[in-house]
Design a protein. Sequence first.
Length: 291
Amino acid sequence: MDARVYDRARGVCFEEKQFRDKQADFLYNTAAGRALLRLFVASKAFSRLSALPGKRKKSASKIGPFIETYGIDMSDYGDTAYETFYDFFIRKPLPGKRPFPQEAGVLGAVADAKLTVYPVGPDLAVTIKNQPYTVAGLLDNAALARGFENGLCLVFRLTVDDCHRYCFFDSGRVTGSSAAGGKLHTVGPVSAQRHRVYTENYRCITTLATDHFGEAAMIEIGAMLVGKIRNHPVGHFQRGDEKGYFAPGGSSIAVLLKAGAAVIDGDIARYSAQGVETKVRMGERIGAAPC
């Protein structure tokens, strides 16, 4: 199934083709593949092993066709002489290419992604990587989740063409970090079609005390055959500081804000209510703290 996305830069909606992985097709749509899943595939070890071909120098031959297929603007990235596809995938934008709003109280996007914003209510179940999550499920902590009742859940869905770096949306400090899940699931639509072999994705959960948006949480969600979340060890941070990156593969980030912490820009809120994602770039304004 294609995803409907609003491109706010162009003011148009489009149907985004979902990336399909031949490995995922085999694993989910054949008896042999499902047997492998149950035995050992959905594990960090297999995720690491499956990434090895992308780290070989001959994988660099895939970079040019990939850039052309997905229309990636490489002027954002400076030196493009990548030795491997892995190096290309974790590419970092040049300074100034993802400017972050420095005005106090302006909320910027944490990544290049497709964004959906949900009001947090008692019945909220957001679908991330074809799996439904309550806020308590995302956080793996029911008590912590209660603090976000009537707040907002911002889901940033990264696709294979996106830059897979992500940043802090405000200045502040880290108040806690943990991991949950670890049974990794596929990025695209294949696994939703039949046989939900595993139901939890690996998640890195960071709680934050921010200067302009109060207490918040950021959750990075991995995927089967990806599952690599690289967070930098920091205690304090400034808005726009890199928090980490995914390597390699498409993944998602959820940001939780407490009730009254932010007002989301009208176009994003309107399209989110219609089930349409909004294409955003890291640092792009998506809302603000209430006046």
